[in-house]
Design a protein around this ligand. Structure first.
Ligand SMILES: Cc1ncc(COP(=O)(O)O)c(C=O)c1O
Length: 367
């Protein structure tokens, strides 16, 4: 079977190989400091005794699972520490399909491209359901698309790429749809700390036995290379997910989990608030320059991304390469995120040069 590889690395490689100075707005890699306590814990780790260099419990270090359970207000047994949110999403999807409840996944359009990739890898089929124009959930469209074939409905909030933060009532309504067709709902909350209002409401508050919530520390602690995420699985699903996690990985990486555990305990809320403020400032500066470029754009309520549309310049791979070569700005083609935003280009604001990039775009398109 062939799996479609998400196109992020292709664009990043093209940008890296380009002549001239290119501002990388492709990846979702934070460019700011991780928590100080994380660096300290890593230094300490080097001097621990050899037993700290052996397998951790497969489901994750107990101290880390306890910290997650306490923070999220869930049962310790429901928490599995995974190799990033990406693995937690995979476990949730696998569980949805393993139940003999159909092989269809309903995904929003635009979609984070790893979702359809994973669905097809697991033998499922994806149906893309367009969101509202502002990126909000179109619950009626999801209800209309759902059928006995639907095993999974996957949501991501705050959303990559639209920046929308879903209304909890809309998620509740999607859960009702899932109940009707015997589907599970995956809610990927990896950008939970980047609801720019600072008041994110998790789908865990719905306390539903249909909902699997995933998240991680890649974004909140600026450590995409550490690979620490987690899933919170309802009773009937956690044991199967733990077994799959063990068979695929044996366990996660112990030093990463150790460092995150310490950072969780010792990092003040200001650390997260400062990162949000930094992003909010970048959103303002970037969108001001997009105004000057005469572009239409989405102002994100959360996550790291702005979708922009320039007249007569659709978000194709070819146009994205032209922007790299002619303007020195690298974004992601909208066509990589499904069908709904094919005219748009996604720019990640995780670079200190976001304003400069927007000025280059304004000079090119506005001038
Ligand atoms: C929506 C979404 N889910 C999951 C991930 C992957 O997160 P992690 O690094 O925790 O695996 C990303 C990364 O960009 C993402 O945008």
């Amino acid at each position: 079977m062939e799996y479609e590889e998400p196109k992020f690395f292709h664009v990043m490689q093209y940008a890296a190989a380009a002549d001239g100075d290119v501002i990388d707005m492709v990846s979702g890699n934070p460019d700011w400091e991780p928590p100080a306590a994380l660096r300290e814990a890593l230094r300490d780790y080097a001097d621990l005794s050899p037993d700290a260099f052996q397998y951790p419990p497969s489901e994750g270090l107990r101290e880390l699972r306890e910290a997650i359970a306490t923070r999220r207000g869930v049962d310790l047994d429901s928490v599995i520490v995974t190799n990033g949110t990406g693995e937690a999403n995979y476990l949730a999807m696998a569980r949805a399909f393993d139940r003999d409840a159909g092989d269809e996944a309903l995904l929003t359009d635009p979609v984070y491209p790893y979702y359809p990739g994973k669905v097809s890898m697991l033998g499922g089929t994806s149906t893309l359901v367009p969101t509202e124009r502002d990126g909000g959930l179109d619950v009626d469209a999801i209800a209309a698309a759902a059928s006995d074939e639907t095993a999974l409905i996957a949501l991501n909030t705050p959303n990559n790429p639209t920046g929308a933060v879903y209304d909890l009532d809309a998620i509740r309504a999607v859960v009702s749809v899932a109940e009707r067709v015997d589907a599970l709902v995956l809610v990927d909350e990896v950008y939970d700390h980047f609801d720019l209002s600072g008041e994110f409401e998790s789908a865990l508050t719905l306390d539903s036995d249909r909902v699997i919530v995933t998240s991680g520390f890649s974004k909140s602690m600026a450590i995409t290379g550490f690979r620490v995420g987690y899933g919170v699985f309802p009773d009937g699903h956690v044991s199967a997910a733990k077994t799959r996690h063990m068979l695929v990985n044996v366990a996660g990486a112990r030093p990463s989990q150790y460092a995150v555990t310490h950072a969780l305990a010792e990092t003040d809320p200001e650390y997260y608030a400062d990162a949000r403020d930094l992003l909010a400032d970048r959103v303002d500066a970037f969108t001001d320059a997009l105004d000057a470029a005469g572009a239409e754009y989405s102002r994100p309520e959360g996550a790291f991304y702005v979708l922009a549309r320039f007249d007569d310049f659709p978000g194709t791979m070819a146009n994205v390469k032209r922007l790299i070569d002619e303007v020195g700005v690298a974004g992601m083609p909208g066509e990589a995120f499904g069908h709904a935003r094919g005219d748009w280009i996604r720019f990640a604001l995780v670079t200190p040069r976001a304003t400069e990039a927007a000025e280059r775009l304004a000079d090119h398109f506005g001038g």
